[in-house]
Design a protein around this ligand. Structure first.
Ligand code: IMP
Ligand code: MG
Length: 337
């Protein structure tokens, strides 16, 4: 799988961070490029006993041999980027595209004070929407205009396409999730850009013909932060009974919880052109699945659930996450592909 995109299948927070980190260590990509909206995302990864909640730097940083890139379609907040560079010690291998639009303090202020954005839509308040408005209006500042980012500037599409041409492994890290797409999601309760695989490819500057695999990540249940429709939502009490209580990485808001949405998953797989499915947090739904590393170790109930997903969606489930540690994972790619 020379060029693989990892995309979120529902409303974000499917656990892409851990999956990217696992794939990075396992497949050793030459390049890991971050796509998606911007620092409204929070990708969680545990590395060397430490928890990282990354909003700009690719989670694949855990593999030290990869060049780390942020594509021109991604919004950057220079303050957050610089903080994460320190935290992850990635100064030498991070590249930011010169054409990334920049989030400025007034974008954040607008996002946080607008009745429409903050109250009605329930945005993350990170300035992404207003910065994308500025980009469309052609008034946004670009990364090349920011002295603090000078050392990192590069041509991401050129680097990624060169690498693909040489047959190297490239991993593209999407953010958010399908149902948050401005085009395909639950409008108006969505983010400020499309979040499906085609746009993730465009975010880093590669054409559709260059993509070999789209791994679509679903959590075993569904969560959503912010306002908007949620067909399979359950009550907070019911979620608590199931032992599922989650808070947003970026905003700290409590996430709404629901059961796996097969209809949404089908549509998500179709529009993303998914070639593989990853199911995360299976251990939170089936306690007996905790820490499993092989299919045979899963409780029967959990196996039936996975088989139902494959049958309904018509795409193989190749990776299953069974806990927070990177080795709490069942990787069936070699058997199923
Ligand atoms: P915005 O992207 O900050 O404008 O927020 C718009 C909607 O998208 C809100 O419901 C947010 O909670 C949601 N959202 C944006 N990014 C993420 C994410 O990475 N995970 C989950 N929800 C997100
Ligand atoms: Mg998140």
């Amino acid at each position: 799988m020379p060029c693989t995109i990892v995309a979120g299948g529902f409303w974000g927070d499917e656990g892409k961070g851990k999956i990217i980190a696992y794939l990075a260590l396992q497949d050793k990509p030459k390049i890991i490029a971050r796509a998606g909206v911007g620092p409204n995302a929070g990708h969680t990864v545990y590395h060397r006993g430490k928890k990282f909640g990354l909003r700009q730097i690719p989670c694949g940083f855990v593999y030290g041999g990869a060049r780390l890139l942020i594509g021109p379609g991604v919004l950057v907040n220079p303050e957050i980027v610089l903080k994460e560079v320190e935290l992850t010690e990635t100064k030498e291998r991070l590249g930011i595209d010169q054409n990334c639009a920049v989030i400025e303090p007034h974008h954040i202020e607008h996002d946080k004070s607008s009745e429409h954005l903050k109250e009605k839509i329930g945005t993350t308040g990170t300035g992404c929407g207003p910065a994308n408005i500025a980009r469309v209006n052609r008034t946004a500042k670009l990364a090349k205009d920011v002295p603090d980012l000078r050392d990192f500037l590069t041509d991401v599409p050129m680097e990624v396409n060169d690498s693909i041409k040489k047959g190297e492994t490239v991993l593209i890290e999407g953010s958010q999730g399908f149902a948050l797409s401005l085009i395909h999601g639950t409008y108006p309760y969505v983010t400020s850009k499309d979040t499906a695989a085609s746009t993730l490819a465009a975010d880093v500057g590669i054409g559709p013909t260059r993509v070999d695999d789209v791994i679509l990540v679903f959590k075993a249940y569904v969560s959503r932060v912010g306002e908007g429709p949620f067909p399979t939502e359950i009550s907070q009490e019911k979620a608590e009974e199931m032992g599922i209580v989650e808070f947003g990485t970026v905003t700290g808001r409590r996430r709404r919880i629901g059961t796996f949405d097969f209809e949404l998953a089908k549509r998500s797989a179709m529009i993303n052109g998914a070639t593989q499915i990853t199911i995360t947090c299976l251990d939170r739904l089936y306690k007996g699945a905790s820490g499993a590393k092989k299919w045979e170790q899963l409780p029967n109930e959990a196996k039936r659930f996975i088989e139902k997903i494959e049958k309904e969606i018509g795409v193989p489930v190749t990776i299953i996450s069974t806990g927070v540690e990177l080795d709490n994972i069942i990787d069936m790619r070699s058997e199923k592909l």
